[in-house]
Design a protein around this ligand. Structure first.
Ligand SMILES: NC(=O)c1ccc[n+]([C@@H]2O[C@H](COP(=O)([O-])OP(=O)(O)OC[C@H]3O[C@@H](n4cnc5c(N)ncnc54)[C@H](OP(=O)(O)O)[C@@H]3O)[C@@H](O)[C@H]2O)c1
Length: 266
């Protein structure tokens, strides 16, 4: 099945930077109507200006600023989509945040916060959107996961847990929703050059900025747009990412040993 994006009504989270910013550009360029959200309002205004400067005033983008972990904001997003478009065809859960450092040094609050942003928020936003998706045109839910949701590494236990949980939930939902023709698409980037490592949750400054050898966010956004159009099931980006997942599956003990020796946080 090919999913044309023209006139698709798409709710996209995490659009103030990185992958989400570029994905908003990709989707509007294809003629989709995009409701873009993140906390930084000025960045969302800048995104609208950028889209309009590239595509003209007829480009279909609107925004709502707010914290995606807030139930009230999630409901406002749904209400705005209904008000503007009378429905939703696609939800893309992209907003996310990480944390780096040993589990034994970290607080319970850090775990809660990472799980709120990376797991509970996308799950609960999707719950609210489901009645609309059931009425949607070629409906889909896209989850931006991570290679670390396939193979965990040391020093990112909370983030790995959240992305594993997201993937498990998405896999279950995919089967549940198949009879209703709602697709669930999982896209798992590897390290991406974005603001992600500058905005880590409760992470000491000396272990920040580890984004070496990473993919440009525009490339990840393009892959996400293609996965949506081609209705891919589960996409792992980058050869390195696929290599890690493959090795972790077939040689788990060797990968454990290598990560224990060379992959520890500072
Ligand atoms: N960068 C990587 O290496 C990498 C690798 C694999 C997967 N990913 C995943 O890719 C996705 C996008 O990340 P990115 O690399 O593009 O990072 P990014 O540049 O930091 O973008 C994250 C986006 O999420 C939004 N966000 C974070 N917390 C939020 C909250 N509580 N409420 C609302 N919006 C929130 C941010 O906006 P505001 O701060 O303005 O709210 C921002 O727009 C995430 O799900 C991430 O886990 C990233």
């Amino acid at each position: 099945m090919y999913r044309p994006l023209k006139d698709m009504r798409i709710l996209l989270t995490g659009t103030s930077s990185g992958i989400g910013w570029h994905l908003a550009l990709e989707l509007t360029r294809c003629g989709a109507a995009v409701l873009a959200t993140a906390r930084r309002r000025e960045r969302l205004d800048e995104l609208v200006q950028t889209v309009r400067s590239k595509l003209g005033d007829n480009a279909r983008i609107e925004t709502l600023a707010g914290d995606i972990t807030s139930p009230a904001i999630r409901q406002q997003l749904i209400d705005q989509a209904v008000h503007s478009w009378q429905g939703i065809d696609v939800v893309i859960n992209n907003a996310g945040a990480g944390a780096v450092g040993r589990f034994s040094d970290a607080s319970p609050e850090r775990l809660r916060e990472v799980m709120e942003v990376d797991f509970f928020a996308p799950v609960e936003l999707t719950r609210l959107a489901l009645p609309l998706l059931k009425q949607g045109h070629k409906p889909a839910i896209m989850l931006i996961g991570s290679v670390l949701g396939h193979r965990a590494v040391p020093g990112k236990s909370e983030y790995c847990a959240a992305k594993f949980a997201l993937r498990g939930w998405g896999e279950s939902l995919r089967c549940e929703l198949q009879p209703q023709h709602i697709d669930v698409i999982m896209l798992s980037p590897s390290t991406t050059q974005s603001e992600f490592f500058d905005r880590l949750i409760d992470t000491p400054a000396n272990i920040r900025n580890k984004s070496l050898g990473s993919m440009p966010p525009a490339k990840v956004a393009r892959a996400a747009r293609l996965a949506l159009q081609r209705n891919s099931r589960d996409v792992i980006l980058s050869a390195g990412g696929r290599g890690l997942v493959w090795a972790g599956k077939f040689f788990p003990k060797i990968v454990d040993r290598i990560l224990a020796n060379y992959g520890q946080p500072n």
